[in-house]
Design a protein around this ligand. Structure first.
Ligand code: CA
Length: 595
């Protein structure tokens, strides 16, 4: 331990003295929280704050409910958080030492965050991605240092790396409560896609953790619980390997973003099934919800206005309700449920007045989701789309760093607080009902999901977009691997139609729908349409663009196809564009008979 580290450790301890004056009487909060019954004393309330050091370096400050600037870890501990989660990348820097962003999280970051968590009485949840940058269902890239080595060497390298990291955390006095061997490893991990190899790598990580911290829980982590069969498959595969002495893990963990990942009923059912079949603990490893639809850092968010989950408005109360109901499902409908961890609840704007000002800090301190330097490792995604926080509207702190009332939900779930408000009618329920009634009979659109390359589609580019083509990228597709992609850097340079003449369409009544998602689009004019003999006869409502994976569907519920006429279906897209330029994805055109 060198002098600077000692100084930092002392500083952390100093900052973490309990703020006695800051404790607020529960009765003074307007937040309504229905008590979660049967909530165990040691239930894990986790908060991922992986970006915090980069945020602080960028000048971000956090304020408690007394309005005083306070160490983030102290604020979280005072509000019922007992685990701090941090992602760990092997080497998120280019050869010149420039950070890739996303907090530039390596083992040094994890040690610093771990020490500060420990000083505040919270445990660390270490999340190994086993990559040099983001690992998720869309990508699981091997670290550069391990590229090209065979699986035997990789197993050894991963074991030694994990053991060394664990030893460093131990030497630093960090209280490590749980370690994840892989992040959202949906059938891929560390550049491997063969389950035998994945199992060997997970086992290597697990052995290394147990060697240094025998009492620490080992977790595996997956995403997309809305596909329960995939969870059954993962758990079964792991159980087979466990019989052979591989992968002794404790916790089967799931991401659960309510706007992407299906219903709470489904989540509770599949996690219960897995815990009962395989004797594992289960938990929600990542979740979040928005307190506002607004973006505050000039970099688009994963969700924005229009993507509210029914019954949960974008407000501090809606955010608290979401966390409360997920917790209730894990506690009371998932017998082996041990915790809920919120993702990046303090990743707020770095505070500049323009994208350029913020960009300078994201580049310098790694406080955005990716910097331009990430191109050295991930040129096609991060290296192209680098920017700021995509979840500043899902934090528990406002744009000035002041704690939101919703942060009190973790304490209030134990006791309950306030009175239930009047129920709010939510229009999105109705559109959901329309979706359920969608006719899923024969689809007359050829290459409806662009899987065959889009040759049946006529795409007319009216403004010369920088990019407009069929793209092969499963993570950005509604179904399958491919979709129609667009992006254009300049303002007002996106205007196109994508349409298809439907031959062989019988006489009768039909419905048409097509889906789109995207971001940084600014003002838009987007709709689905139907033409009969070249003349538009039906048009959907405006289709909003509200963020990555927020698929929105333009619907023409019914139109008439008279005998002997020619039908064209399509989508019109026009975007003003903001930020790095309007981008979007179009997928799944459905033309069905209406009875
Ligand atoms: Ca943002």
């Amino acid at each position: 331990m060198n002098g600077r580290m000692i100084l930092l450790a002392l500083l952390a301890l100093t900052l973490c003295l309990p703020v006695l004056a800051g404790a607020e009487n529960a009765a003074e909060s307007a937040l309504y929280v229905k008590k979660v019954e049967n909530l165990p004393e040691d239930f894990i309330f986790g908060m991922d704050v992986s970006s915090v050091l980069a945020e602080e370096a960028s000048g971000v400050k956090y304020y408690g409910f007394d309005g005083k600037e306070t160490d983030l870890f102290r604020i979280l501990a005072d509000n019922g958080i007992n685990y701090i989660r941090v992602r760990i990348w092997n080497n998120p820097y280019d050869e010149a030492g420039n950070g890739f962003g996303g907090g530039n999280c390596d083992i040094r970051t994890a040690m610093e965050i771990g020490k500060r968590a420990t000083a505040c009485g919270m445990k660390l949840l270490a999340d190994f991605h086993y990559s040099d940058f983001w690992a998720d269902p869309g990508k699981q890239m091997v670290p550069r240092a391990w590229a090209g080595i065979d699986i035997d060497e990789k197993e050894t390298a991963l074991y030694e790396y994990t053991r060394d990291c664990m030893q460093q955390l131990k030497n630093a006095g960090v209280d490590v409560g749980m370690v994840q061997v892989g992040n959202e490893t949906n059938g891929r991990m560390c550049g491997e896609s063969d389950w035998q190899n994945i199992a060997r790598l997970m086992d290597a990580g697990s052995r290394a953790v147990r060697e240094v911290f025998p009492e620490t829980m080992v977790a595996v982590h997956f995403a997309n619980p809305e596909n329960p069969d995939s969870y059954r498959f993962y758990a079964e595969r792991l159980a087979q390997f466990e019989k052979d002495g591989l992968i002794q893990y404790d916790v089967f963990a799931s991401s659960y973003y309510p706007f992407w990942h299906g219903t709470l009923d489904n989540l509770a059912e599949i996690l219960t099934e897995i815990s009962e079949t395989y004797g594992k603990k289960v938990m929600v490893m990542e979740t979040s919800y928005a307190y506002t639809g607004e973006d505050t850092d000039f970099s688009g968010n994963t969700i924005s206005e229009g993507s509210e989950v029914s019954g949960y408005p974008f407000s501090s109360q809606g955010q608290a309700d979401s966390v409360r109901d997920i917790t209730d499902a894990v506690v009371n409908r998932t017998p082996a449920g041990i915790g809920v961890c919120y993702w990046e609840g303090a990743w707020i704007t770095v505070g500049g007045n323009s994208r350029e000002e913020n960009q300078a800090m994201w580049e310098k301190y790694g406080s955005g989701w990716a910097s331009s330097y990430a191109a050295a490792y991930d040129p096609d995604d991060a290296g192209q789309w680098y920017g700021g926080s995509a979840v500043d509207n899902q934090a528990f702190f406002d744009a000035d760093g002041k704690a939101l009332e919703s942060l009190k939900v973790f304490r209030f779930m134990r006791t309950g607080n306030g009175k239930a408000p009047e129920p709010v009618q939510d229009a999105s329920k109705e559109s959901a009902a329309v979706e359920e009634n969608a006719d899923t009979t024969y689809n007359y659109v050829l290459d409806y999901s662009f899987e065959d390359g889009g040759n049946c589609w006529k795409v007319t580019d009216l403004k010369k977009a920088s990019e407009l083509y069929v793209e092969d990228k499963p993570a950005d597709s509604l179904t399958g691997r491919k979709h129609l992609h667009f992006w254009s850097a300049a303002q007002d340079s996106v205007e196109f139609t994508a349409e298809q003449i439907i031959t062989d369409l019988p006489e009768g009544k039909f419905s048409f729908r097509i889906s789109i998602m995207g971001g940084d689009c600014g003002e838009t004019d987007i709709y689905a349409y139907v033409k009969i003999d070249g003349k538009e006869t039906a048009r959907s409502e405006q289709i909003p663009i509200t963020g990555w994976k927020n698929w929105k569907t333009g619907v023409i519920p019914e139109f008439d196809h008279p005998a002997g006429t020619k039908v064209t279906v399509g989508i019109y897209v026009k975007c003003q564009g903001t930020g790095n330029g309007a981008w979007g994805k179009i997928d799944d055109a459905l033309l069905n008979s209406v009875q």
